[in-house]
Design a protein around this ligand. Structure first.
Ligand code: IMP
Ligand code: MG
Length: 175
C-alpha cells in the first residue's frame, strides 16, 4: 500500500444514516408492483449499492455495467468505453443508475446515452457523493447522498489506484 495519510471525512455511521433516508425516498418514489433495476457502475458503486438496495423496500434487481474512461486527467474531452454490458434487457423497466461519485459528469453523460437507447420506462441516478464544483457536463441527479468539496476521497468502494475500497469510512487521501 502506498504511504499516505487518511483523514475520516464521512464516518460509516453518517453514511448508514444517509443511506437509510435515501432508501426511504426511493421507496416512496417508485411503484411497488414492478422491479426497480439498480444498475451499478463497476467497481466503485458495489459497496454503496449493496447497502442502498437493503434500504429500499421494493422488489429490486441487480445489474452491473463496466465503464472505463481514458485521459480524463489530461484532457477535458474524456472518452468513455463500455467494458462490461448489462446481463439483461431493460426495455420498459425503471432503471436507477447507482454511482459512487459524480465528478466531471462525463461518465454518466455517456451511460445515460447508452441506456436510453435500450428504451427503459424511466431512468434516474443515485450517487453517494457529488462534487458539483468539478462538473463539465450538466447532469440531472435525482438522489445525492452528500455534496462534497473538491477533495480526493477513498473508501466505501472508492479507490485510489485500486486501493482503499474496503475502508468502512470515506476518507480524504492526503499525500
Ligand atoms: P466523472 O464524473 O466522469 O468525472 O467520473 C466519475 C468517476 O471518477 C467516479 O466513478 C470515480 O471512479 C472517479 N472519481 C472521481 N472523483 C473521485 C474521488 O475523489 N475518489 C475516487 N474516485 C473518484
Ligand atoms: Mg466509478
Amino acid at each position: 500500500m502506498p504511504a499516505a495519510s487518511l483523514r475520516v471525512f464521512l464516518s460509516a455511521a453518517q453514511i448508514r444514516t444517509r443511506i437509510e433516508e435515501m432508501g426511504k425516498q426511493i421507496t416512496a418514489d417508485y411503484p411497488a408492483g414492478t422491479p426497480l433495476y439498480l444498475v451499478g457502475i463497476l467497481k466503485g458503486s458495489v459497496v454503496f449499492l449493496s447497502d442502498l438496495a437493503r434500504a429500499i423496500k421494493l422488489p429490486v434487481r441487480f445489474e452491473f455495467i463496466g465503464l472505463s474512461s481514458y485521459g480524463k486527467d489530461k484532457t477535458t474531452s474524456g472518452e468513455v468505453q463500455l467494458t462490461k454490458d448489462l446481463g439483461t434487457s431493460v426495455e420498459g423497466a425503471d432503471i436507477l443508475i447507482v454511482e459512487d461519485i459524480v465528478d466531471s459528469g462525463v461518465t454518466l453523460t455517456y451511460l445515460l446515452q447508452v441506456l436510453k437507447q435500450r428504451k427503459p420506462r424511466s431512468i434516474q441516478i443515485a450517487t453517494l457523493l457529488d462534487k458539483p464544483d468539478r462538473r463539465q457536463r450538466p447532469i440531472d441527479v435525482a438522489y445525492v447522498g452528500f455534496q462534497i468539496p473538491n477533495e480526493f476521497v477513498v473508501g466505501y468502494g472508492l479507490d485510489y489506484a485500486e486501493d482503499y475500497r474496503n475502508l468502512p469510512d470515506i476518507c480524504i487521501l492526503e499525500p
